[in-house]
Structures are given as C-alpha cells and as structure tokens.
Design a protein around this ligand. Structure first.
Ligand SMILES: O=C([S-])c1cc(C(=O)S)c[n+]([C@@H]2O[C@H](COP(=O)(O)O)[C@@H](O)[C@H]2O)c1
Ligand code: NI
Length: 396
C-alpha cells in the first residue's frame, strides 16, 4: 500500500506541490501531458534545481506564454468545461475537478457570489489550471492509497492581493482549511502568506487523513521549492512516498446522524448545502416523530474520515444539535466521468456512471439545465428533456 506524507510545516502552494512531486520522481512529462490536455494556451512546466535556505529543492516554474491580449476572465464554469472535455485519465480529471470545485466554492462563499460566476484572471486561470491538473496527475501517478497531511503552516502578517491587503490567512485559505489542523508556522518563517488558496484546495482534496508522519517505509522524499527564498527559513514543502508499515487499512466512510426537533425548518436547505461545502459526500433528512410526539428530523451525513471533523463542526454550528452519533459504513460506487453536451448552444455538463467500463447512467447536471433554460427563456422541463436526449448517445 503506497502511503504519502505531506510535510506542509512551511506552507503549501500549487508550484511547491509540483516541485515536490518532481523531486519524488514523478516524470515532468506526466505532469506536462495532463496540463497540455486541459490548458487552452501553451503552459510549460520547467523544473529547476534550487536551494532554499540550506536545502536543495526542486522548483517547478509554470510558464504561461504571453498571449499579447488584454487579460480576460475565465469563470469556474468555463474551467469546469475545459476539464470535462479534456483527454485526461479519469482519476486525474476527477481529482482535478474536485480540487477546483473546492477552490471555486471557497471563493464564492467568501465573496458572497454564485459559484459558477467565480472568475480568475486570464494568467491566474492558466496558472491555477496547470497547478491543479499537474498536481492531480502527479498524485495519480504515485498511486497513493493514503495521503496524510501534516498541520498546515498558513503564515502571518498580511499579503497583497487583487482584493488589496489581506490578513493572513487570506479568506479563501481560512475557508478551505476549516476543520483541518493549521497554524501560523515556524518562528523562523517570514510574516507573510505561506499557504495559498490553490495549495489549500489541493492539500484538502488529496488528504485522506491529517497528522504527523505515519509508520511507513520511506522510499522517496521530494522537496518542492516556493518562489521566495527568505533568510533563515527553508521555504519548501516535502513529500514522503513509501509503503505503509503494518496492516493499516484505508479508513471507512462514516455516517453521522442527529435528531433535531427545535430548528427553524427554513434553515434545513442551507444546513445541507453547508455540509456538502464542508466536504460531506452526501447529506439528507428524514422526518421522524420524537419523544412527547414532537415532529422532528434526523439529519444524516455521509463523509470520509478526512472530512469528518469539518462535518461535525458544521452540524454543531449550523443546527441546534448538541450531540451526534456515528458509525462506519461500507460503500460501493460506480466510476464517474464528466462530459458535456450542448442544448441551444448552451453547454450542459453530464455525469456518466460506469460499471466495468460500461456506461449505465448519463445524467445532465440540473444546475446547468436551469442556467441554460434561463439563458434561452425556454421551460426548464423542455431543456431537461433535450439534455437527457443529447446524453443518451453516451449510454452503452
Ligand atoms: O483573486 C482572488 S479572488 C484571490 C482571493 C483570495 C482570497 O483569499 S479570497 C486570495 N488571493 C491571493 O492570490 C494569490 C494567488 O493565490 P493562488 O492560490 O492562485 O496561488 C495569493 O496570494 C492569494 O492569497 C486571490
Ligand atoms: Ni478571492
């Protein structure tokens, strides 16, 4: 069983993770091929051996060609389309899509905007695409069964961003690291941002657990350099790749439940939305009758152990529950793949579900259907019917 431990004691960013993957032996071609499959413009990954304070490290430059055009914006919906259409191995597409979804949802929450409208500057979008897709390809290449992430150093002081000067951790990082062990970082570190939003989104997507290095036979150590080289501090992220010692099995998913009879029922949709945003795999309600004949609800949340702390905190913060129960469950899921169809010129993402390579289900994303119906002024039911018909060609 391949285990990876991520030492993020000096923070994390997309390019630090890329450098660490290269240093741990992932060929640059593996990362470049994935980036080329997604990026609409040339982006070159260029490894360089550098020193950070007293340590040798690998820096991965992400070089975006100057398109010569005025920077435009690319929305999350457009990036999602690029990912859906790219010729990528499914596990890479899945990991990259999940990381980008977390990043976009965190930005939407902190700025109070709709997630589909989250936009990135042109160059920033290409950078972020290269970081996210390259890192996803690297972790898939390592074949990690378990990824343990150390407490994440976020830094201190302030950072200058397109929103002006922000306190560290900036809002998107704080949002992404909810429920994850994090701290300012070592005293030797400069008073600045050590963990970027892209770094936080990637760490929290690949993590299956958080903590110190687990018992493992370490075979490779990749040291990824950050862009800066401050005096007296090694600005690096380290990846330890090896084999798990002993017979540790992958932790089972959990179902967390609580019975609630005193929450204003108008709040439930938001509770469910926030649980999903916290990383829950699913969340749902069942109506029940409690003691003293009170109508009430059981809230059920399915979650990976990695997201269980964030889920528990969200239940306590967003509902009136003061306790919960939980049990491990078995889970079987079909392989998923996102593709896109067009209805009236509007792109609609479609989720394919495969069993032994055979597509058994092709379901248009309902949010995209509603958006397309709004854009064209047609009834939602008519656009849904067209999207289902257009998706049928994918079903084997
Ligand atoms: O551009 C946006 S919306 C932006 C938001 C935030 C928030 O925390 S909100 C932070 N930043 C800063 O941009 C740089 C680049 O981050 P990457 O993840 O793309 O490397 C970083 O300093 C962030 O703090 C930008
Ligand atoms: Ni922002």
């Amino acid at each position: 069983m391949t285990t990876v431990w991520v030492d993020a004691a000096s923070g994390a960013s997309g390019d630090m993770l890329l450098g660490a993957l290269l240093g741990a032996g992932v060929p640059v071609e593996v990362l470049q091929q994935a980036v080329d499959a997604v990026s609409p413009e040339p982006v070159t990954l260029r490894p360089e051996s550098v020193r950070r304070h007293a340590l040798a490290a690998t820096r991965c430059h992400v070089e975006v060609a100057d398109s010569g055009r005025t920077p435009t914006h690319r929305t999350w919906r457009e990036v999602r389309e690029l990912l859906a259409r790219a010729e990528l191995a499914e596990p890479v597409r899945d990991l990259a899509t999940r990381a980008f979804t977390r990043l976009a949802e965190a930005e939407a929450r902190v700025h109070g905007t709709a997630v589909d409208d989250v936009h990135f500057h042109e160059v920033g979008a290409l950078d972020a695409i290269a970081d996210v897709v390259g890192v996803a390809a690297g972790f898939v290449h390592l074949g990690a069964d378990e990824v343990v992430v150390s407490p994440v150093a976020v830094g201190s002081g302030t950072v200058t961003t397109s929103h002006g000067e922000l306190s560290v951790p900036p809002p998107a990082v704080a949002e992404l690291l909810r429920g994850v062990p994090s701290w300012a970082g070592p005293a030797s570190a400069p008073a600045t941002e050590l963990c970027t939003p892209t770094g936080a989104a990637l760490l929290t997507t690949v993590a299956t657990a958080y903590g110190p290095q687990p018992a493992m036979g370490v075979e490779q150590v990749g040291v990824g350099a950050g862009g800066r080289n401050p005096e007296g501090h090694a600005n690096v992220l380290r990846l330890f790749v090896g084999t798990a010692a002993g017979a540790s099995r992958a932790a089972a998913p959990l179902v967390i439940e609580t019975n609630v009879d005193d929450l204003d029922p108008r709040l439930w949709p938001q509770v469910v939305a926030r649980l999903l945003a916290a990383g829950a795999s699913d969340a749902w309600l069942t109506p029940i009758v409690m003691k003293k004949g009170r109508p009430a609800h059981t809230l059920h949340v399915l979650t990976s152990p990695a997201h269980a702390d964030a889920v528990r905190l969200t239940v306590f913060r967003e509902t009136t529950a003061i306790g919960m129960r939980e049990h491990e469950v078995g889970k079987h899921a079909l392989d998923r793949e996102m593709v896109a169809v067009e209805v009236d010129g509007q792109p609609i993402a479609v989720k394919l579900a495969r069993h032994d390579g055979v597509v058994l289900n092709a379901m248009p994303e309902f949010d995209d259907v509603v958006r397309a119906a709004d854009a064209t002024g047609r009834p939602v039911k008519a656009v849904l019917a067209d999207a289902v018909a257009a998706s049928r060609k994918y079903v084997d």
